[in-house]
Design a protein around this ligand. Structure first.
Ligand code: ADP
Ligand code: DP6
Ligand code: CO
Length: 357
């Protein structure tokens, strides 16, 4: 008996220009384009195994060992349905000898090797790994951008995790969503000198999910309108240019400004949303000071912080500064015993700065 099973992993991505707001909540079409860096596969990742079998009575999902309900009409069920449709159209209809896997139910098992729903982009790696594992299972002859259209319908940020390196999610304009997809701006090898440090301030599940938080922002924030119309289009140009020119100073300025504005629109939401905490803000203070000294010494900005929908800091920096930044962070935020993971090898071989405080 043939076993139809496939496994795939996907890394998280951390946005420099943040996605925050949907113009279509069902298709997950964003109110603005976004751009992120995909971290190395080796560390923060989701690994997903999918199996199709004629004997399965329904689609089922286990996340980190616990079964989760697949709600009808929900995101997980949409992704599975769309992948089955591609299997039928791209494989079975074209080659009648292929097994009709699109008619079988699937069992899916996924693990994250980092905190889930804590603002470290688990929904991004999670849905990217899901779509990739089904694409392997179904032997789909489709591109990463094609798959990004489906991952997007699981979680918006997931569409960017189908590529490595520097990735843009183009918001698109078609109401069907066909042009709202991810494209690679540059491979990691274009700028391998950039490293990412993850400072885990808290691995608690966030109080307000990204999905509900951004919807509330769309409904209540006037600042968001300014952001999506005036600010983000310009920043997408600026950051793309900074990446192409490997201009860290410009990359850092845009990245930090966009993190700040994202948290400002969260605050401008009614009722307000706070994702950062005192430790997050103290880390910002540290990086601001570090950059002030860099500018004084004529070296420009040397590090960039960014925060997603949670208190955990991601610090992008050129490799030569990483050791110094780790020492700085550790000296201000002594690590709990055993939590410091040195040389963790993130994007371009960066590090994880354990747990703070
Ligand atoms: P995060 O900041 O971690 O992305 P979100 O609130 O955006 O937090 O999304 C968290 C949700 O994403 C989880 O509650 C779960 O529904 C989904 N998710 C996380 N990891 C996976 C995974 N490996 N496979 C499928 N879905 C996942
Ligand atoms: C702050 O992709 O998690 O991380 O599409 O509702 O699943 P849904 O939201 P999600 O939002 C991510 C928001 C962010 C910024 C970003 O990754 O661009
Ligand atoms: Co998410």
């Amino acid at each position: 008996m043939t076993v139809y099973q496939a496994t795939a992993s996907a890394p998280v991505n951390i946005a420099c220009i943040k996605y925050w707001g949907k113009r279509d909540t069902k298709l997950i079409l964003p109110t603005n384009s976004s751009l992120s860096v995909t971290l190395d596969q080796d560390h923060l990742r989701s690994t997903t195994t999918s199996r199709a079998d004629a004997s399965f009575s329904k689609d089922r999902l286990w996340l980190n060992g616990k079964e989760e309900e697949i709600k009808e009409g929900g995101r997980m069920s949409t992704c599975i349905r769309e992948m089955k449709r591609l299997r039928k159209e791209e494989v079975e209809d074209k080659n009648p000898n292929e097994p009709k896997l699109s008619t079988f139910n699937v069992h899916i098992c996924s693990h994250n090797n980092f905190p889930t729903a804590a603002g470290l982009a688990s929904s991004a790696s999670g849905f990217a790994a899901l779509v990739s594992s089904l694409a392997n299972l179904y032997a789909l002859p489709v591109s990463a951008s094609d798959l990004s259209l489906i991952a997007r319908q699981g979680s918006g940020s997931a569409c960017r995790s189908l590529f490595g390196g520097f990735v843009a999610w183009q918001m698109g304009s078609n109401p069907t969503g066909v042009d709202s997809l991810a494209v690679q701006v540059a491979e990691q090898s274009h700028w391998p000198d950039i490293h990412a440090l993850i400072c885990v301030v808290s691995d608690d599940k966030k109080g307000t999910s990204s999905t509900s938080g951004m919807q509330r922002t769309v409904e209540t924030s006037a600042l968001l309108q300014h952001r999506i119309k005036e600010v983000v289009p310009r920043r997408m140009e600026e950051i793309s240019k900074a990446i192409m020119e490997r201009d860290f100073d410009a990359f850092a300025r845009v990245t930090m400004a966009d993190s700040n504005q994202f948290h400002a629109v969260a605050l401008d939401t009614e009722p307000p949303i706070f994702y950062m905490n005192d430790v997050s803000r103290a880390i910002i203070g540290l990086i601001v000071e570090y950059n002030r000294v860099g500018v004084e010494e004529g070296r420009g900005y040397r590090a960039a912080y960014t925060y997603d929908a949670g208190p955990n800091a991601v610090i992008y920096a050129p490799k030569e500064n990483v050791k110094e930044i780790v020492e700085l962070v550790v000296s201000y935020f002594p690590q709990r015993e055993g939590s410091f993971k040195d040389n963790f090898g993130l994007f371009g071989g960066g590090q994880v700065v354990g747990r703070i405080p």
